[in-house]
Design a protein around this ligand. Sequence first.
Ligand code: ZN
Length: 309
Amino acid sequence: MGTNGIHHITGIAGPARRNIAFYTETLGLRLVKKTVNFDDPTTYHFYYGDGSGAPGTILTFFPWEHAAPGRAGVGSTQETAFRVPEAAIGYWTHRLLEKGIAHGTPQKRFGQTVLTFKDPDGTSLALVGVPGIEAEQAWSEGEVPAEHAIRGFFGITLLVPEAGPTGAILTDVLGFKEIAREGSLVRYASDASVGGIVDLHEAGGFLPGHLGGGSIHHIAFRTADDAAEAEMVKRLAENHKIETTEQRDRQYFRSVYFREPGGVLFEIATDIPGFAIDESEASLGTALKLPPFLEPRRREIEPILPALV
Ligand code: ZN
């Protein structure tokens, strides 16, 4: 597996407890990190993923207790898709029905079976049936048995005015190639088997989206380390006249951010150091972790955060 593709995807959610219940119980992901929003430590930041929180499996949320709903539109994310074994689509259709979760009927997209549904905040999600991945490891200590469990991201669909300008960033900087077109979708793939797909939905006439509960805030793409990240920053500036933010230390990865030409906020995040930097793999997600600069404020922060049980 290469080191391109999606690193993590971050969304905005409503109440924290409901968010944890949906992603760990209904979808069977592992809560791999329980921390706070480093830019606003009075709110949580949850990371869900596979057993180790490997890049390409990580969906993160800022849960705001009173988040106003967002709206999908141009310059925003239309859908976030996970990989499941092809034979698991029937299990999941039944599971979503049983749990009373709004979902579509399985449909074909680029020849693959796609089951769309929404989380309690209205975040648009999908499961894509992928053949031949049954033997891949999956987190199965929740309610979903290993044979049906989610195996990281399949990819993401972005609503953009036209594919070309966003596609140029994907192909020239982020390691993707255009591989197919279907209707108004243009598919780009990287060498990563997990989180390797970006579909651009050309939607020139649509209204712009706005952020809120159920919206995706940004998409982070993988890079190996600081040197590789600096190389990508240089390419963005020289070839595309796009300036990124300064590098920010996110404790589990180091990131730069930029607005891509279609209007979506992109991040580039290093694979290092990963989630085991401040707790063992066995205990990931069990304790509230704070970065060193916030640790002195733990006694002030903990009582402000919403109750989770
Ligand atoms: Zn991020």
